[in-house]
Structures are given as C-alpha cells and as structure tokens.
Ligand binder design. Structure first.
Ligand code: SF4
Length: 288
C-alpha cells in the first residue's frame, strides 16, 4: 500500500486537542495508513520516560489525572460519527485529505503520556471496545502505543487480553540496545532490563510491533556498536520465544524541545533499517 506523504499538515500536526474534547483526537497517521482516533488516557501528561524527542508540550500544565470513562465514551462516539459523516474532512488540515477521513483505521491508546500508567487500564479498554461494537467498527484495530514500562501490571495484562479478542495490536517502544543509550535517549529511571523483559513476556503471548525512533544527538546518529546491540536485543526476544510481527523504524517528524535532537536523513534511516533486516531477518517498515 502507498505511504501517506509526511508533508501533509494533517500528518505534521499531531496535536491532541480537537475542539473541547478531553480524551479523544483525530490524526492522519502514516503508521496507521489513514485516520487514527487517538485516545488520550494521560491528559495529566504523566510519563515514566522523558524522551529527548518527545513532542508533548510540557510547558503548559496537564489536566486532571482521572479518566472519566463516561465522558470518554461520549466523546469517542461523537468523533466517530463526525468523521464518518464527512464533517472531519471539512476541517482545516483534514480537508487536504478528505478521502482519508471517513474510514477509521484504528483506535489508538496514545496521547500526552504513557497509557499504561493509568490505574484502570482494563476498564479503559473495555469502554473503548463497547463503543467500537456499538458503532460496528469491527475492522478498526485497537492499538496500544507504549513505552513498555507498564506491560507487567495486572490491570494492563487484563486490558491486553481484551485487546487480543478485539483486533488488538501492541506497538512497544525500543530505541536502544544498551542501558547507557536508553538513559541518554529515553531518560528514564526505569531499568532497561525491565523494558526488555516486558517486551519479551508480552510478545510471548501475542506477536507485537516494535517501534523504534532513530535520531541524531548533537549531530551523531546511533553508532554501529549501539545498533548491533539493539539488533541483538531483538534477536534475544525471538530466541526466547517472543514474536515480533514487524519493526517500525522512524525518525523525528515534528519539532522537539531539545534543539540538539534532530532527524535523520532518509538515506541514513534506510541504511539502519537494512542493517536491522540483515541482522534479525525481521520485516522493517520505514517512516522517514
Ligand atoms: S514515551 Fe512517549 S510520551 Fe513518554 S516521553 Fe517518550 S515520547 Fe513522550
């Protein structure tokens, strides 16, 4: 399938604010290949990572931490209908691609922080499944975009099991091969080993997508040794019984708070992707 160009405003601008909606927002996602409805479980902007490339605007404070599930369901239902009725395609930036705005490719737990940090992840998944069924959106995937730190929580495991029965897909972040580079890029105090263990355990239960952002830090792309270590992490997951359906390799697409964290050239990203294919045998899709 043809990739959606990254020059479109609807692709460039992934703001989580749409009208006065608190929990849901529409984006044209290249990785979803069309309209994705984001479900923001972190209006409080809480995250256990502090990635150097994070595009969440942390200069303005977040809102209340609690997710109001009734409001979330109302908003989701409204936005699904708004898109299907063709109204979204008339709005600025979406009117560049009206053909992509009526069909909902996925409902994605993503947003201003890490979705697995909510205390009731399974209840949130159940609420979204309820609306997906009411709106007869059975073809739409349920996607969890996660930094993997919370995949070992009981409520998250219960939510993942529900997702498995409802066309679910997990996109787990892995940007590094060593703890040092992990701390440099993702700036988290969570042990790197825990991230790897969570990715392994989760991928033993169902195949997952690995999403990896490659970038330049102070002008330096990931080193050969670090990339080899990263590939070895993927191989270890496969060797230990994990299943990876594909790797999404991408780079910075939107402005970041750290001026020294910059995007890779297309050719550099393609070279990295080819190395990953060669060293792991995995399918790697590039989004430059
Ligand atoms: S995991 Fe996502 S939300 Fe959290 S800091 Fe990284 S990019 Fe931002």
């Amino acid at each position: 399938m043809k990739q959606i160009p990254n020059t479109l405003s609807a692709v460039q601008d992934h703001t989580r604010v749409f009208g006065d909606l608190a929990y849901v927002y529409p984006v044209i996602s290249r990785r979803s290949r069309g309209l994705s409805i984001g479900i923001n479980l972190n209006p409080d902007k809480k995250c256990n990572f502090d990635c150097v490339y994070c595009e969440v605007d942390r200069r303005t404070p977040g809102l209340a931490a609690r997710v109001d599930l009734e409001q979330l369901k109302d908003e989701l239902r409204w936005l699904i209908r708004f898109a299907r009725d063709g109204e979204l395609g008339k709005r600025p930036k979406f009117n560049e691609v009206p053909d992509l705005t009526r069909s909902i490719r996925d409902l994605a737990f993503s947003g201003d922080g890490e979705p697995t940090m909510v205390s009731n992840f399974d209840a949130c998944v159940r609420a979204v499944i309820e609306i997906r069924e009411l709106e007869k959106l059975r073809d739409a995937k349920l996607v969890l975009i996660t930094d993997a730190a919370g995949l070992d929580k009981a409520t998250v495991k219960a939510g993942l099991a529900l997702m498995d029965q409802n066309n679910g897909e997990i996109w787990g972040k892995l940007d590094a091969g060593t703890p040092e580079y992990f701390r440099q890029v993702n700036r988290s105090t969570i042990p790197f080993e825990r991230i790897l263990k969570n990715l392994l355990e989760t991928s033993r239960v169902r195949p997952i997508v690995i999403q990896s952002l490659f970038l330049k830090i102070h002008g330096q792309a990931i080193s050969e040794g670090e990339l080899a270590a990263y590939c070895e992490r993927l191989n270890a997951i496969l060797r230990d019984g994990g299943k990876i359906c594909e790797v999404h390799a991408y780079t910075i697409a939107r402005p970041t708070p750290e001026a020294w964290a910059t995007r890779l050239e297309t050719v550099e990203l393609n070279t990295i992707a080819q190395t990953i294919r060669n060293k792991t045998g995995l399918s790697v899709e590039v989004f430059d």
